[in-house]
Ligand binder design. Structure first.
Ligand SMILES: [Mn+2]
Length: 430
């Protein structure tokens, strides 16, 4: 019998914090009331918010220099589901996991779906992997996959994506996320437009195989591992591809996949306008695709992205239904703690953006009252909504202080005993 965190343990931990929490929640409620806002409505929004956790995120990540595995790391999809279950149990904002194939392959997907349900988890978008070679793979992806110059290699990559759709159907997913590492490292290595044409041709076959209610999420990335050109490098290329493919193809925004200082919230606004926003891979960065914890470096940027999202939601923008997912590499922290903290930070940005007085903001913009417009946005950002997030967790049976409760539980130490170290395991990041 493997160790699990009990509801009693959460109840005891919450008991010690309840009086202080109630005090903070009431004070914030009074403050919001003066601003014409209902804390109850905001708590309800926080409770309804969800972001998916990637199965690979619960393993320790690494860089191309080294990986420093932690104790009790998940060894397979079963361990990963257990860890993802703990994140949901404590933070109550991550009811779905995004699986990755072939990393999460099993023989019985109906059983896996039930296993996930036993941890109160469902499945979000499935992720294909044609950015590395697998054991016994016939043709190599060293020089590309869906855009490879060789037709047979492209076909192999297409077939893998078709298999991902089949698996996803068994798991209850309704979307396929495609990120390819294809590109070139030298000028002259590849014909830039021919590679894009081959991308469209390969994606067309995948697109045509999508079940009725399914979408395909196309993910762009500026550079790495290709360092001269990447086939789907930016939102422009992504949008061109999604528009050519059709209404089931949408553009996924990974916050780290842009040049430094890019105005990502403006890209989000444009994709909403084009009815092409698939959703997000949330993370944070300082320099490049750093895959740091969401909200850890630039929480204001995360908030400004949510400003666009809440704006679209409240004005009922046509075709607006973004999927939210975390995509991070946890190199120096316990991945469970990082994912809990990140889910909370993403939920925080959502609630903060929900505080903005949209009517007053539109009036300020129409009147070219620059400072008022800015202050209306900034006021929401500087409001500490922590008591709302804690209350949302508490009401759903989660922890008022999820990371402290996790530490009290001794979960990681228990797993270190239950999960002997497996040599050669690695965590991938997409
Ligand atoms: Mn990503």
């Amino acid at each position: 019998m493997s160790f699990a965190i009990s509801a009693d343990l959460i109840g005891t931990a919450n008991g010690k914090l309840e009086a202080a929490h109630a005090d903070d929640y009431e004070a914030l409620g009074r403050q919001l009331q003066r601003r014409g806002l209902s804390i109850e409505a905001m708590t309800k929004r926080a409770m309804d918010f969800a972001v998916a956790v990637p199965t690979w995120g619960v393993g320790t990540g690494g860089t191309r220099f080294a990986r420093f595995p932690g104790p009790g790391e998940p060894r397979n999809i079963h361990d990963k589901l257990e860890d993802c279950g703990v994140i949901q149990q404590l933070a109550r904002a991550t009811p779905n996991v995004s699986p990755h194939f072939p990393w999460d392959k099993v023989s019985d997907y109906n059983a896996l779906r039930q296993e996930a349900a036993s941890h109160s988890l469902g499945f979000d978008a499935v992720n294909s992997n044609t950015f590395q070679d697998q054991k016994e793979q016939r043709l190599s992806y060293k020089f590309g996959s869906l855009t490879h110059a060789d037709r047979a290699t492209r076909q192999q990559a297409v077939e893998h994506n078709l298999e991902c759709i089949e698996i996803g159907q068994k798991l209850g997913s309704t979307a396929l996320t495609v990120w390819i590492a294809d590109g070139s490292n030298f000028p002259g290595q590849a014909n830039l437009n021919a590679a894009f044409d081959r991308y469209i041709e390969s994606l067309r076959t995948i697109y045509d195989a999508l079940p009725k209610s399914w979408l395909v999420f196309l993910e762009h990335k500026l550079y790495e591992p290709a360092f001269y050109s990447t086939v789907i490098s930016d939102w422009g290329s992504n949008l061109m591809a999604a528009q050519e493919l059709g209404p089931k193809a949408r553009c996924l925004v990974d916050l780290g996949h842009h040049a430094p200082n890019t105005n990502i919230e403006q890209i989000v606004a444009r994709l909403i306008r084009a009815k092409k926003l698939a959703g997000f891979h949330f993370n944070d960065s300082k320099y490049g695709d750093d895959d740091l914890d969401s909200g850890s470096v630039d929480p204001f940027r995360l908030f400004l992205v949510f400003n666009e999202l809440v704006d679209a939601e409240l004005r009922k923008a046509e075709g607006f239904a973004p999927a939210y997912m975390i995509d991070q590499s946890h190199n120096v922290t316990d991945p469970i703690e990082s994912l809990i903290a990140s889910a909370v930070e993403i939920q925080r940005a959502f609630v903060q953006a929900s505080l903005i007085d949209r009517k007053a903001l539109a009036a300020a913009q129409d009147a070219s009252d620059v400072m008022l417009g800015h202050r209306l946005v900034k006021q929401a950002f500087v409001t500490d909504v922590s008591p709302i997030l804690a209350e949302a967790r508490r009401r759903k049976g989660g922890a008022i202080d999820p990371i402290a409760t996790y530490r009290t539980s001794g979960y990681r130490a228990q797993k270190a005993k239950e999960r002997p170290v497996v040599e050669g395991t690695s965590a991938g990041i997409v």
